[in-house]
Design a protein around this ligand. Structure first.
Ligand code: HEC
Ligand code: HEC
Ligand code: HEC
Ligand code: HEC
Length: 389
């Protein structure tokens, strides 16, 4: 087992005890990573999809694709797109697709959220370079080599989780900033996986003690802490709207982003008389997971454009005809239209829809960019009773 998988499985196991959730259309979807993992196996997703190299090769490895950049609605869109390919393969190999309930699909969405926010495995050699190149080594010794202004970092080698490091760095940022100003240094910025490499380096040289793991963050707790720690005094407001900020999609990279902005945030806090609140490691984990979920939630779906999508993709040809016996009406589709319900419906009705489309000479519609998000926005404006615009 590679370290990545071991870490992942360990996290998965821990999270099974805690639960983990995702935001879908601004509301939390309660699901469970471990259950999602089981559904992923039971429904044969794993026959075609690997997660970090473990599993089938027919579809993309969900631990490695750019899933992270997509919102939940977009995820429902890409799942819709792959139905014909998937059904074709299943036919060839004699696997009938299993039905997936909406709850199971919610667990799968939570699993996919979880997978996308894990960091890649750190590389100690790159970590050492970063420590030197970013100037950390000018103040911090590691394993008592060199004597610095700042504390020796080796003792933190017991912490594998970049969030614990981010928390320590965040906590000490004001004093570090002063020390840097005194020595004429500019604030070192960390990018992408820098923090993860840095942790890997310190762990590689440290006298290892107990390995401490943090439990995965919770969106609900993070949401409360975001208010409690007064992050909302500036976000949105003087600081960027974090839901629109195009933030990185992994925890470590997001923590680095906070570090990068620390001096600016500290200045804004002084100016606005917002007291800098202490944030504990578990609290930071929760806040980071909440901020990541904000980035994935669908907002600003364009219902008017969604109407257009419904017509252009041919949905209207079947779902607005008067044979509700055979085809669900538009009002039925509108009832409870969420990314999760859409993905589950797709999964379960894909085969009969594909057959009818083939009969009717309609090719399987493909959703690009935000088309599914807009379609969902449109569907939520229709309910079972009203006639659509
Ligand atoms: C029979 C094989 C097969 C099965 C079973 C299968 N998939 Fe897929 N999946 C694919 C293929 C192939 C693609 C790539 C589609 C394409 O390129 O059009 C894909 C794409 C995806 C994508 C988009 C990935 C990306 O980065 O674009 C997601 C998400 C996904 N599948 C989720 C699932 C889930 C969840 C399940 C189980 C409920 C599942 N798939 C079952 C074959 C499969
Ligand atoms: C100009 C000197 C300076 C630089 C450069 C610097 N630090 Fe620090 N660092 C300090 C000082 C001083 C403290 C102690 C702050 C305090 O007591 O609040 C500290 C504290 C820390 C701590 C908490 C350690 C503990 O034992 O409590 C961590 C972790 C840390 N720094 C990491 C880094 C990393 C990573 C970098 C590079 C990106 C860096 N530092 C760059 C001076 C520096
Ligand atoms: C007093 C105002 C203020 C408070 C309080 C505040 N921030 Fe910020 N934050 C800012 C400003 C201003 C920026 C942009 C800084 C810059 O441009 O360098 C920022 C940037 C960020 C970024 C990076 C955004 C990006 O686009 O890269 C993150 C993430 C962030 N803040 C999270 C938080 C969290 C979490 C809290 C609560 C613990 C918090 N902030 C509290 C003002 C604040
Ligand atoms: C050729 C006809 C046809 C077209 C075109 C079509 N559908 Fe369907 N759709 C059906 C049929 C038939 C069912 C019911 C399948 C079943 O009962 O298994 C269905 C079921 C569904 C369901 C599940 C409804 C439920 O109550 O569970 C959803 C959601 C859906 N379609 C959405 C769409 C969308 C979105 C489009 C356009 C991108 C579309 N359909 C295009 C025929 C079609």
């Amino acid at each position: 087992m590679t370290p990545a998988i071991r870490t992942a499985l360990c996290l998965l196991f821990v999270s099974a005890l805690i639960g983990f959730s995702s935001l879908v259309r601004g509301e939390s979807v309660s699901g469970d990573v471990m259950r999602g993992w089981r559904v992923f196996h039971d429904k044969q997703c794993v026959d075609c999809h690997a997660v970090w190299d473990q599993g089938g090769r027919f579809g993309p490895d969900l631990g490695r694709t750019r899933l992270g950049q997509r919102s939940d609605g977009q995820l429902a869109g890409v799942m819709w797109n792959h139905i014909p390919k998937m059904l074709g393969w299943m036919e060839q190999t004699g696997h009938p697709p299993a039905t997936v309930t909406a709850d199971e699909m919610a667990d799968l969405f939570v699993l996919m959220s979880f997978v996308r926010q894990l960091d890649e495995v750190g590389d100690p050699r790159r970590g050492e370079e970063i420590l030197r190149n970013k100037g950390c080594a000018a103040c911090h010794a590691t394993n008592a080599e060199g004597d610095g202004v700042g504390p020796d970092l080796a003792k933190w080698g017991q912490y594998a989780n970049p969030v614990i490091w981010a928390q320590l760095m965040w906590e000490h940022a004001p004093v570090m900033e002063e020390a840097m100003e005194r020595s004429g240094m500019s604030w070192p910025k960390l990018e992408g996986a820098d923090l993860v490499h840095l942790v890997a380096y310190v762990r590689s040289i440290a006298v290892t003690g107990e390995k401490t793991y943090l439990r995965p963050g919770s969106v609900e707790r993070g949401q409360l802490l975001f208010l409690e720690k007064k992050c909302d005094a500036c976000h949105p407001g003087e600081g960027p709207d974090l839901a629109d900020a195009n933030l990185p999609t992994s925890i470590g990279a997001l923590a680095s982003r906070m570090w990068n902005h620390s001096p600016e945030m500290a200045r804004a806090m002084r100016e606005r008389d917002v007291e800098r609140q202490p944030v504990g490691p578990q609290e930071l984990a929760d806040i980071l997971v909440y901020v990541l979920a904000l980035g994935r939630a669908d907002r600003d779906g364009d219902a008017t454009h969604g109407r257009q999508v419904f017509t252009d993709k041919g949905c209207a040809q079947c779902h607005e005809r008067d044979d509700p016996e055979i085809v669900p009406s538009l009002g039925d589709l509108g009832h409870d239209a969420t990314p999760v319900s859409m993905a589950a419906a797709m999964w379960n009705h894909g085969r009969s829809m594909l057959e009818r489309m083939t009969e009717a000479g309609i090719s399987w519609p493909v959703f690009n960019d935000r088309e599914m998000v807009d379609l969902l926005a449109f569907l939520t404006t229709v309910d079972g009773e009203t006639t659509p615009p």
